[in-house]
Ligand binder design. Sequence first.
Ligand SMILES: *[C@@H]1O[C@H](CO)[C@@H](O)[C@H](O)[C@H]1NC(C)=O
Ligand SMILES: *[C@@H]1O[C@H](CO)[C@@H](O)[C@H](O)[C@H]1NC(C)=O
Ligand SMILES: *[C@@H]1O[C@H](CO)[C@@H](O)[C@H](O)[C@H]1NC(C)=O
Ligand SMILES: *[C@@H]1O[C@H](CO)[C@@H](O)[C@H](O)[C@H]1NC(C)=O
Ligand SMILES: *[C@@H]1O[C@H](CO)[C@@H](O)[C@H](O)[C@H]1NC(C)=O
Length: 837
Amino acid sequence: MASIGCTLFILLHSCCFVWLYILPVAEAAANSVKYDSRSLIIDGQRRLLISAAIHYPRSVPAMWPGLVKTAKEGGVDAIETYVFWNGHEPSPGNYYFGGRYDLPKFVKIVQDAGMLLILRIGPFVAAEWNFGGIPVWLHYVPGTVFRTDNEPFKLYMQNFTTLIVNMMKKDKFFASQGGPIILAQVENEYGFYEPAYGEGGKSYTQWAAKMALSQNTGVPWIMCQQWDTPDPVINTCNSFYCDDFKPSYPTMPKIWTENWPGWFKTFGGRDPHRPPEDVAYSVARFFQKGGSVHNYYMYHGGTNFGRTSGGPFITTSYDYDAPIDEYGLPRFPKWGHLKELHRAIKLCEHALLNNKPALVLLGPKQEADVYEDQTGTCAAFIANLDDTNEKTVQFRNASYTLPAWSVSILPDCKNVVFNTAKVGSQTSTIEMVPEKLQPNWEIYVEKAGIWGEADFTRNGFVDHINTTKDTTDYLWHTTRLFVDRSEDFLTKGIKPILLIESKGHALHAFVNGILQASASGNGTVSPFKFKSPVSLKAGNNEIAILSMTVGLQNAGSFYEWVGAGLTSVKLEGMKNGTMDLSHTAWTYKIGLEGEHLRLYNADSAKNVKWTKVSEPPKNQPLTWYKAIVDAPPGDEPIALDMVHMGKGLAWLNGEQIGRYWPRKAPTDKCVTTCDYRGKFNPDKCNRGCGEPTQRWYHVPRSWFKPSGNVLVIFEEKGGDPSQMMFSRRKVSALCAHVSEDHPSFVTNDMRKIKSSLELKCPINAYISGFKFASYGTPTGSCQSFTVGDCHDPDSTSVVEKLCLNKNECIVELSEDNFKTELCPGKTKKLVVEAMCS
Ligand SMILES: *[C@@H]1O[C@H](CO)[C@@H](O)[C@H](O)[C@H]1NC(C)=O
Ligand SMILES: *[C@@H]1O[C@H](CO)[C@@H](O)[C@H](O)[C@H]1NC(C)=O
Ligand SMILES: *[C@@H]1O[C@H](CO)[C@@H](O)[C@H](O)[C@H]1NC(C)=O
Ligand SMILES: *[C@@H]1O[C@H](CO)[C@@H](O)[C@H](O)[C@H]1NC(C)=O
Ligand SMILES: *[C@@H]1O[C@H](CO)[C@@H](O)[C@H](O)[C@H]1NC(C)=O
């Protein structure tokens, strides 16, 4: 850290403001967090911060230290998390801070790692999290309207905010108390929606800011995407690019709370990817243009365990194509590329924070920002904004070739240590290694329709969410239908057509206990209608419709009023024409029998008579499957492979794995290679066309016991449980290459390292061998490299000496390591393929 002391900076910005930077004259109070237009000032020191979103309930406590460590190794200074109100207050006044919701424990882990924390309390958070994080019960407190000037909402919001703040104060977690929390957020992305709430919206924003300030945390408050924050609450940016962002007041620093390095998925949707070159470009541009706090949303996305995913249709996986994957493994090359980026930016920190930028135009779409002072400190970022063409520019009498859509970072205004479009990081090959379950299944089949006593009967339909209050996904509707013997279809072998309309999200339709059809909305469009032929018999028929929610709405104005469930049921092809059943008597039952009996808990299994089967039945709806399973060997992360199942819920040892639904993505609009150049949008680089959006479901290792693990599955419509498997997520190969002409990098102590290659295994794994190593002119690609004409025969022994049995290592292309005099005139490179174990 550069020491700044007592300094007066006068910064002239292009927009002609004159900003005065006056730093504390004396030693600042320990751990104070202040800010000015340039940056946060922590303990009297300006900081340029890289932050990483890791949401504590989206992993498990056993993973937290590893995730935080992997973030730190990736060059991250701060962890950012939302606080998840509906996980913490399942019913009014009944609080939960255990297990995945142990917020104090999470903060302590961040603190112990020597990192900072940004706490986004919300308590509305959106986050692709069920109901945006607000407890569903609050919607049913009479008179409540969310996120506006509404007394009950404000009362409960203030109560929860105060509870969290007091909890953090008690453990001295605020920086003002010597703890890691440097910023706190109130509300979330409300700016877009505020106009929909009229005057109530405006006054709510002011109230929320004031309420937050009155908490006296001693650290600044932020509100993201909120253009009318009252001073001193800081408005921050959420987007794929924030280089052009301007905070609401010239006294405030430029903070990027959400840079989305990927995107989330919906069941039945494609698999979006954001190329690492473009993520790095956006980050470099932000710091080039005066940004000082940057957060990846998400750095580790994790898993929406249980029924926590928002919706409708957000997948159980919240991988997000983030730098750390859902399972906690660094994602290469993204993680490695960003690590190199962070190192390059940090080399410029002193120059960036203490000088005003001078903009130098180098071409029609090429520009440098130079941060320089009289003492010789100088850092420059040179950008090529052209989204198609490479360009060579002259900068300070030297020539620089800039790939299209890239930024070069020059911490000394001369040497390029990093270019955002040149990915030097290792890549890794990840396999899902199948592990047969070989269980002895027991099953319990629920009957279609009302089990036990009906909850109520009424003419017509109710709103699904108003009825279940989200205590379950499931709501049964049944009605009786008398079919006269004289109906033509009985003798003509044609089937009448069932027409159903629903506000969402999905349903299965049964007649006389037999599944006839399933339907659902898709993407984020929850309403749907469908028609399907059904089998009816003469006399009484029972129509039973299982309506389902698949994650509640998590954002939008008045989102808590968006309903779900049936709105119309008709039968076509009767003698009398179309018969409308929408207003007849329907009998309702909330939830499944098995949920009521808690069949997912090992000790509640005695509540029902399970049937032992040698072969589990296939394609059988409404079936609970239970088996004792062993943990797959080793310590790789584990997933449950559900590609052969239909749709339902899964548990291990009573822990909720979540909803599974291997629903397939459309077959079009995917790319085989992704062009990183040009502005990214979530549909730009889709993969997974025609494949299930989510095949594997993360089962944290810490949920397994040494033996006697109880796996419970509820299958709604039918699948083939004999093909259900665990898979180990195994890093089968690490490949890396570096060429002599790759930029050399400078370490944090300004030691220049020649072109070099870095290898890293997952946490707790070590480099166990090399399948390939060649310094010279090797060719081929990962897992099929071959030696070229030029080859240093000692290549393997050199890399073994430097790397074997290490978690990570760096190999320099120096004379000390390799025969650099080999084949003069040729550009040599080092290529390796390593194994981890
Ligand atoms: C708010 O918190 C106070 C103190 O914890 C409690 O007595 C009160 O019942 C809470 N009010 C609501 C609406 O939850
Ligand atoms: C560039 O070259 C010119 C002419 O040789 C020289 O006067 C100038 O100082 C140089 N500029 C830099 C930044 O080196
Ligand atoms: C989603 O639903 C709409 C309306 O029902 C339909 O037109 C569209 O084809 C569906 N898309 C996919 C991907 O299934
Ligand atoms: C749910 O019930 C409330 C009354 O309790 C009603 O105001 C609201 O409109 C209902 N929602 C839907 C989607 O029908
Ligand atoms: C068909 O219509 C006739 C005349 O309206 C009515 O009496 C009869 O009950 C209807 N049958 C059915 C099955 O709805």
